[in-house]
Structures are given as structure tokens and as C-alpha cells.
Design a protein around this ligand. Structure first.
Ligand code: ZN
Length: 333
């Protein structure tokens, strides 16, 4: 728990040396205040909105099937690596291990979810990664409930696989936006939003609403939401990294493969209202399903019928791990 307001806290030096440049800072504490803020903000973008404080549903149940019951306890957001390790050209040295990341954020045994790049170091190809991991601790062996989505070499379609069916490590690569907690049950913010009337996607709407309210004090959230009805635009990175440099959003979009995927999709959102100067990716959401589809969420393509139901937990701390020294602004969509 932060003991002083965010504005007064200096950036702490990393305690572990395994990943360079790990920075952390506490985020604003705000309890149930976000409920009313989100209710009002989402209403500007969706026809039916209901935001409540509820007990977290049992996330070991369908459709979530997580290895833990909840997303509460010692919550943290970690932004690891970054797009500059993927673009313009890949940096294949940038590989990570989620058990080490859990120690880096001072929460060994953490339950971690989010969005990142798949572990090419194990898979042998590039993919979208949906981390859902109970990391190792003294008391429990680690559980990898992650998924990865790749472009099907046969027909260019989506191939979604459960990582632990063939692989036994806890790796990922290049970049990830992670939400960590003790995986405990507890109070969470339930957000129900139906029929989109505005231009913003579900996550951007929540993030911008919080940014408007909190201004230059960064706040962050993570958790899970289900797209219960409708379809969404997603992408999957090609299996091969680009051999020619990709230097703009336009070039990146020609390289990516885009899809329209159908509900129900389980999403793993992580977002921060504003960048306090760590070169953060402010929002990043990957999704998986039990019908073979999954990828990087952009927005729903069926505003008249779309239905979202989510559970969110505010993050107490933000960690920046292995921040790229050289950066740029494309490839963040
Ligand atoms: Zn992504």
C-alpha cells in the first residue's frame, strides 16, 4: 500500500537486477469513487450502462476458467518492454519470464493476466499472447492457463491454442501489459455496457473517463470482461517478424492480419489513464475464447447489438520494467 500521495513519491530503484530499468510508483487510491465516474462516462458512449461494486464472481468458472478465483489483493500493473523491441525491426534478445516478473514487482506467486507478444523463443514463431498465469511461489507450483493466437499457415485464419497443452515454460517476449494480484476474491467494479452509441471502444471509453476525472494523477485498472454479444475487430501478428523495417502505422497495418471475431470472447484488459513519463502503452487488451478465436482487441463492429460485461480492480502500483531507451509513437493501436 502506498503510504504517501502519488505526487510526493519518488520513483524507487529496482530491487532485482534480472530485468534492467524496473521502476515503480504507487497509483492513486480511490475506492468506490470510480463507480459513479465510470457510470457517467460510459453512458456517453453506450445506451445501457450499469456500474456496480460487487463480489468478484468465481473466475475459475466458465467462461473465464482462470487458475484463481479473483483479481484482488496487492494489485499492480506492469508495463514490460515495449513496441520499440518489435518495430521497426525485432530485437530477439528481448525475452521474459513471468515467474521472474512476479518477483520483480515484489509479488512472487502473483496471478497475472494481460496482453503481450508470445514467446517466440519457445514457439519458434511470433504470436499474440494472452497470459493467464498463477506464478510460482514457495507454497504452490505455477499454473499456466495462457493462450496464444497465431496466423494459421494453411489458410491465414486464426489458430488459438492453450499454451500448456504443448509447452511448459512461463515465457513471453518483446512487450506485455500485465495486471497482477494475489488472485483473491474480493470487491470489484462490475461494468455492464450494451449497445454502443459513441465512437470509443469499451476500454478507451473507461480509460478516457478516468483520465478526465483524475487529470495528471495516473490511475490504472485491470481485470477481465466478456464480449457477450456481437463481433469485434482484432489482429494477430504474422508468424514471421518483418524483415524490412516498419516505420509507420500504415506499414504496421499492412503487416498485421486483421479479423472479425465473434462472441463470446473473454478479454484481458490492462489500462492506465495517463503516462507519467514511462513511455507506457496506455491500454492493451487481448482476448481468447472457447471456440478457437482470439487476438488483440480493437473495437466491436456491431454497435447495435454488442454487450460487454466486465470485472475490474484498481491497481495500487505501476511498474515499468525494461523500458526501451529509444522509442517512437507508432504501432500502439
Ligand atoms: Zn496486442
Amino acid at each position: 500500500m502506498p503510504t504517501t500521495p502519488a505526487a510526493e513519491v519518488r520513483i524507487q530503484q529496482p530491487r532485482h537486477r534480472s530485468t534492467p530499468h524496473a521502476n515503480n510508483r504507487p497509483l492513486q487510491q480511490r475506492g468506490g469513487k470510480d463507480r459513479a465516474v465510470l457510470q457517467k462516462g460510459l453512458k456517453e458512449n453506450f445506451a445501457d450502462v450499469q456500474v456496480s461494486i460487487v463480489d468478484c464472481p468465481d473466475l475459475t468458472k466458465e467462461p473465464f476458467t482462470f487458475p484463481v478465483k479473483g483479481i484482488c489483493g496487492k494489485t499492480r500493473i506492469a508495463d514490460v518492454g515495449g513496441v520499440p523491441y518489435l518495430l521497426p525491426l525485432v530485437n530477439q534478445k528481448k525475452v521474459y519470464d513471468l515467474n521472474k516478473i512476479a518477483k520483480e514487482i515484489q509479488l512472487p506467486g502473483a496471478f497475472i493476466l494481460g496482453a503481450g507478444a508470445g514467446p517466440f523463443q519457445t514457439l519458434g514463431f511470433n504470436s499474440e499472447f494472452m497470459p493467464v498465469i498463477q506464478t510460482e511461489s514457495e507454497h504452490k507450483p505455477p499454473v499456466n492457463g495462457s493462450y496464444f493466437a497465431r496466423v494459421n499457415p494453411a489458410d491465414g485464419g486464426c489458430l488459438l491454442e492453450k499454451y500448456s497443452e504443448k509447452y511448459h515454460d512461463f515465457g513471453f517476449a518483446l512487450l506485455a501489459n500485465l495486471f497482477a494480484s494475489e488472485g483473491q476474491p474480493g470487491k470489484v467494479i462490475e461494468v455492464q455496457a450494451k449497445r454502443r452509441t459513441g465512437k470509443l471502444n469499451f476500454v478507451t471509453c473507461m480509460r478516457q473517463t478516468l483520465e478526465k476525472h483524475y487529470g495528471d494523477k495516473p490511475v490504472g485498472m485491470g481485470g477481465t470482461f466478456v464480449i457477450q454479444k456481437g463481433k469485434v475487430k482484432t489482429h494477430i501478428m504474422p508468424a514471421e517478424f518483418s524483415s524490412c523495417p516498419l516505420n509507420s502505422d500504415e506499414e504496421v497495418n499492412k503487416w498485421l492480419r486483421f479479423y472479425e471475431m465473434k462472441a463470446p470472447l473473454v478479454c484481458l484488459p490492462v489500462f492506465v489513464s495517463r503516462d507519467p513519463g514511462f513511455d507506457l502503452r496506455l491500454e492493451h487488451t487481448h482476448c481468447f475464447s472457447h471456440h478457437g478465436e482470439g487476438g488483440h482487441y480493437h473495437y466491436d463492429t456491431t454497435p447495435d447489438t454488442v454487450e460487454y460485461l466486465g470485472y475490474f480492480s484498481p491497481a495500487e502500483f505501476l511498474y515499468r520494467i525494461d523500458q526501451p531507451k529509444k522509442t517512437h509513437s507508432f504501432g500502439r493501436d
